[in-house]
Design a protein around this ligand. Structure first.
Ligand code: NAD
Length: 492
């Protein structure tokens, strides 16, 4: 047992306590050990953080980009040194396996590395002589104070889709982690605190809805990056826009995977199982539906049921564990309820993960991998994001029908195809209404130098997180038209 952590805010270069009355215990979902307690921030706490960020802004945005990125190089070194500690913290507060947590931290660090290229990436454009003696230039400048609001499922990675780019571009930031998993950012801010950044460049505000709404309404916060469920993403997009902010809001998902009869059987089964059951299905890029075409229905159904039934479920810190917990008991009840919904809708449960009890972790929030066959198209389970280790199978006769089913969904976060046909892959890539596409890939997570491209109800906005999109989001363009006629200039 470790001593529970009092989760603190970090404002203007100092650790402070939130002033709200409400608190929430941070609980290890596998062991039920209380790891800490988070006190919720109020509008006044958000205002204080915003004031600190605003004070830091003039100095920071006029610091040369080449100097700003030196802090990121140092941050990378510190994150590498703290890598295992951060990964363990993620596993303990979030429930995923240690390998999954390490993968998450690796992507976080990759985003720091990419943002180190800001001096090149935020360069502007110049056109000489757009008319006689007149030049025009476009420069990119910081937007101002930016806020980052994160979900529970990637406590280490998701703030890093935004934070390194935001500060590298000369903005100052406020991070609001999920109140369910605040410990990872607590440690990351410990690393940031040691960098010697000017006070107020990075700020941490813990809390929930009240803190988010205060961010959305604050007139001095100019940009909001949000990742979470679609309902909240829609709220954040609308309310942020109402107060004139630029907003990028990434929402939920219901990711379909098509398996064609010519797919390589063993590889396909393994990759789809990893996609559906990895991180206990709590990835926004988790496979939730598999649509088999023609003869794939037979072999795939049998193989995926076997893969689901034999997956090693347990505490993410233990060796050999392939799948951990869902985030809490409430989530387990919700997932088990949705499995029941599928059953009532006429699906056949091939592997049933309800009522899971893991020896040694009897109080943990576990749901074993579940596979349902014959989900009715358009039914509740075929439409609803489950966010648990549950895979629904549907079967059709042609690739056109399968793509039709993919495109009938309300979300557009990811769609994948398994095949050995280049022509089928090309057709799918062209026709699938989704922003992240996998061809023989089960989790089409864009590298840090590509945008995380959700579509439809999975994204509200125009510029996504990561890479060049992030650079555009965190800068505003200024166009300058200059006339310097030679007759006005003294000759020397
Ligand atoms: P969530 O929407 O419940 O919470 C996200 C953030 O919003 C948290 O910081 C939370 O404090 C805040 N929040 C919650 N309710 C709010 C409200 N009513 N008003 C204002 N703020 C509120 O999401 P979650 O459960 O933490 O995360 C899981 C969801 O995130 C899933 O739907 C998943 O698909 C999605 N997700 C999407 C992506 C993506 O890139 N599209 C990535 C990861 C997760």
């Amino acid at each position: 047992m470790t001593k529970p952590v009092e989760v603190m805010n970090y404002v203007g270069g100092a650790w402070t306590m939130a002033s709200g009355m409400e608190t929430l215990p941070v609980v290890n979902p596998a062991t039920q050990e209380t790891l800490g307690q988070v006190r919720f921030s109020t509008g006044a706490d958000v205002a204080e953080a915003t004031a600190a960020a605003l004070r830091a802004l003039p100095g920071w945005r006029s610091t040369p980009a080449t100097e700003r990125i030196q802090f990121l190089f140092a941050l990378k070194q510190r994150m590498e040194a703290a890598f295992d500690d951060l990964a363990r913290t993620i596993t303990m507060e979030c429930g995923k396996t240690l390998d999954e947590a390490r993968g998450e931290m690796r992507r976080a660090i990759e985003n720091v590395e990419v943002a180190c290229g800001i001096p090149l990436m935020m360069q502007g454009d110049v056109s000489e002589d757009i008319a006689a003696g007149i030049d025009e230039l476009m420069i990119r400048q910081a937007v101002g104070v930016c806020a980052i609001i994160a979900p529970f499922n990637f406590p280490g990675m998701i703030p890093f889709w935004f934070l390194p780019y935001a500060i590298a571009c000369g903005n100052t930031v406020i991070v609001k982690p999920s109140e369910r998993v605040p410990l990872t950012m607590q440690k990351v801010f410990g690393l940031l605190d040691g960098l010697g950044l000017p006070a107020g460049v990075v700020n941490l505000v813990n809390g929930a809805k009240d803190a988010v709404d205060a961010i959305l309404d604050h007139p001095d916060i100019k940009a909001v990056s949000f990742v979470g469920s679609t309902a909240v993403a829609r709220h954040v997009y609308a309310r942020g826009a109402q107060s004139g902010k630029r907003v990028q809001a990434q929402g939920g998902a219901k990711n379909p995977i098509i398996v064609l009869p010519d797919a390589e059987q063993d590889v396909t089964t393994k990759i789809v199982a990893d996609s559906a059951f990895g991180c206990a299905g709590q990835r926004c890029l988790a496979a939730s539906l598999t649509i088999t075409v023609g003869e794939a229905g037979g072999w795939f159904t049998e193989a995926i049921a076997e893969a689901a039934a034999t997956r090693q479920v347990g505490y993410g810190l233990d060796d050999g564990v392939q799948m951990g917990t869902v985030i809490n008991h409430l989530s387990r009840e919700r997932v088990e309820g949705l499995i029941g919904t599928g059953e009532r809708e006429g699906a056949e449960i091939l592997v049933d993960g309800r009522g899971t009890v893991i020896h040694g972790y009897e109080r943990g929030s576990f749901v074993r991998p579940t596979v349902l066959r014959g989900l009715p198209a358009g039914g509740e389970l075929a439409r609803t994001e489950i966010f648990g280790p549950v895979l629904g199978l549907m079967h059709v006769k042609t690739i056109e029908e399968a793509i039709g089913l993919v495109n009938s969904g309300q979300y557009g976060n990811m769609a994948c195809l398994f095949t050995s046909s280049g022509a089928a892959a090309r057709q799918f890539r062209n026709q699938a209404d989704s922003g992240n596409i996998g061809i023989n890939i089960g989790v089409a997570a864009p590298m840090a130098f590509f945008p995380f491209s959700g579509w439809k109800e999975s994204f509200f906005g125009t510029l996504h997180g990561q890479g060049r999109h992030a650079v555009e989001f965190f800068t505003q363009t200024k166009v300058v038209v200059e006339r310097w006629p030679s007759e006005w200039t003294r000759r020397f």
